[in-house]
Design a protein around this ligand. Structure first.
Ligand code: GLV
Length: 367
């Protein structure tokens, strides 16, 4: 065959990394900074990725991989798989159809969609567009508590199945990339939008709306008032996980906010097992941060997570190809999870436990 066979068609993305590259090429500098950036020197941002690779899989063989079951139970409800779309603000920055497009991708793959407080779609519009789809609602607690009360009431009324209260953003982290490249201000259609001048919120001003004095007693009040389970998102220590349980949370998300808040905190994978040991027998422990492969999902489940939240990769898919891209990202991850379950000798994801993972020898050698 001739060496120069002319221009080749662009290869279709086959991995989350492909979507990352394509999204990076397509976004303006400000949006790129917002989506890709982390706090400070981005040590935690990078370490989230590296942390899953510090675990090696201990695979078992000849256990029968003909029938795969990736089901799990989250907040008492059976789910066909452990993926949840993480709440991500200002999705309209990357695609005009924003949260609705993401929600369609989630619904097509039977994935729970967690609608962010700073969505560009109202909680009601999402329900109208996808009435039967599984949905959670993320709550940022505003200094104006009236707004938060309204949002909680709305989420319960509209059939959202859980209230995910973000607890790790009393103030916004120092995000160098966003300081260098100002992020465009989308016009959110959320309940929060009309409370701000002209309905516009610059992502940089988000911290100013949120109550820095949110406390455990607030979590207790939300848990008592809401007719749906409260999940505390942004927990990194067993101490806080125990407090969350004591104050009525039915679940915790082990998360460092995608490395966007306090740089050099623990990576998600490292924080997970001690928290599972502390509260895993009382509430559901979820995790997010740096999950890019089916093997990462498998490790999270083996360490004791009930489910995992997927953030940036869904935005990459959305940026590249709207609903189709976000859907493909979720499908790739599910396909990889199936392969990982089969090859690790855990055809039923419920069988996964700590015996399937160990500290990777390459980590021990480095110490
Ligand atoms: C919002 O949650 C952000 O991390 O920008």
């Amino acid at each position: 065959m001739a060496a120069d066979s002319g221009p080749q068609p662009a290869a279709a993305p086959i991995s989350l990394a492909d979507y990352e590259r394509l999204a990076a090429e397509s976004l303006d500098a400000g949006t790129h900074a917002y989506v890709f950036g982390g706090a400070g020197d981005e040590v935690t941002l990078r370490d989230n990725l590296a942390s899953w690779q510090r675990f090696a899989i201990r695979p078992r063989v000849l256990v029968g991989a003909g029938q795969l079951h990736r089901g799990t139970t989250v907040l008492g409800r059976p789910r066909p798989h452990p993926l949840i779309v993480a709440p991500m603000a200002f999705q309209r920055l990357v695609h005009r159809d924003a949260d609705i497009a993401t929600a369609r991708a989630a619904a097509a793959t039977n994935t729970i969609m967690c609608l962010p407080t700073f969505s560009t779609t109202t909680p009601a519009a999402l329900v109208e567009a996808l009435p039967g789809a599984p949905r959670w609602f993320q709550l940022y607690v505003f200094a104006d508590r009236g707004v938060s009360r309204e949002l909680i009431g709305l989420a319960c009324e509209l059939g959202y199945e859980a209230l995910v209260v973000t607890v790790d953003l009393p103030v916004t982290g120092v995000r160098d990339r966003e300081l260098r490249h100002p992020v465009p201000s989308p016009r959110p259609e959320t309940a929060a939008g009309p409370r701000t001048a002209g309905g516009f919120i610059a992502p940089a001003d988000l911290g100013g709306l949120i109550d820095p004095d949110l406390s455990w007693s607030d979590i207790e009040r939300f848990a008592a008032d809401a007719s749906i389970p409260v999940v505390a998102k942004g927990i990194l220590t067993p101490e806080d996980a125990r407090l969350a349980v004591e104050h009525g949370a039915r679940g915790v998300v082990v998360s460092n906010h995608g490395g966007r808040q306090l740089d050099t905190v623990l990576a998600a994978a490292d924080a997970l097992a001690p928290i599972v040991d502390a509260v895993g027998d009382q509430v559901d422990v979820l995790v997010d941060g740096g999950i890019r492969r089916g093997t990462d999902v498998l490790k999270a489940l083996a360490l004791g997570a009930r489910a995992v939240m997927i953030g940036r990769p869904v935005l990459w898919g959305l940026a590249v190809d709207g609903t189709a891209g976000a859907r493909r990202v979720l499908e790739i991850l599910l396909g990889e999870l199936d392969t990982a379950l089969a090859l690790a000798g855990a055809p039923n994801a419920a069988q996964l436990d700590r015996s399937f993972v160990t500290t990777a020898p390459w980590v021990a050698e480095r110490r």
